[in-house]
Design a protein around this ligand. Sequence first.
Ligand code: BDR
Ligand code: CA
Length: 319
Amino acid sequence: MRTLPVLLDVDTGVDDALALLFAVKHPSIDVRAITCVAGNASLAQVIQNTLRVLDAADAPAIPVAGGAVRPLIEAARSASHVHGEGGLGGLELPSTARLPEPVSAVELMRSTLMASDERITLVALAPQTNLALLLRTHPEVADRIERIVFMGGSASVGNATAVAEFNVWHDPEAAAIVLDSGIPIFMYGLDVFNQVSVEQDAAAALGDGKDPLGRIVGSLLSNRVALSEDATLTYTGLIGDAGAVCALVDPDALVVERRPVRVELAGYGRGQTIVDRRRYSGEDVLHGGIGNWAVVDVALDVDAERYASLFLETLGLSA
Ligand code: BDR
Ligand code: CA
């Protein structure tokens, strides 16, 4: 029974596509609406990819709406070096008869939240521009949000820069607004994102197989990043954003710590999520204090095989 109502915010995106497939196929997850934002690709491309992925999943008529075409302050910076020009790593899905709603992402999120009898979990798998605009435009929705689960940030290394993860780096001000909203937050960052993958041989076998969904998943999992030999090894096979959706239904596979988190907005560290992992209360209090930090549940480790299996089994596939 679909008992967990969610709103998904995506920038589809190879691994957003995997996350969408998982979310609509999982029997406990009730996807009430999907909002799109510029990130991995342009907004128009993200909307098209999202609608086509829903077709591929044979999903019901879930409302989809487009939102921000760029971050709050900076210009949009696509991640085509990771996700390919079309955003799906070269995978071409058939055109779709599905259409986006004639309202903005902010309005679709607002109306969905306000119409629901129960609180909804907001799952952000992209730069958080739409969420920040929602919270600034309609602050009354905060009470209607059960919690925000976001893929983004890192308690260790970055990917877009040495210290910044792409989603937070793409719109640091938006991430800061969301973190400081007072809404319960769960951070699924690179510390866990980078761990959950399907073996390359298994992904290739799916891609070459007969099952239509398996072929799509295999192709997405086989996306190769052309940065360098190391980067290719790092990204291929990752289920990526889909892991953040696994966290909704199997939280026990994660090691989670409740930690103060802040987004760095300036200088070389712009876009970094600073996670205070000290075991003692901050010495900086003695130095005059540095303001209030959001206290967030941060996923730091994961049973990666368990999530990879959960992902494949939910889609009716096996490695
Ligand atoms: C995040 O950025 C995008 O490339 C992925 O879709 C994921 O949401 C990883 O840093
Ligand atoms: Ca994403």
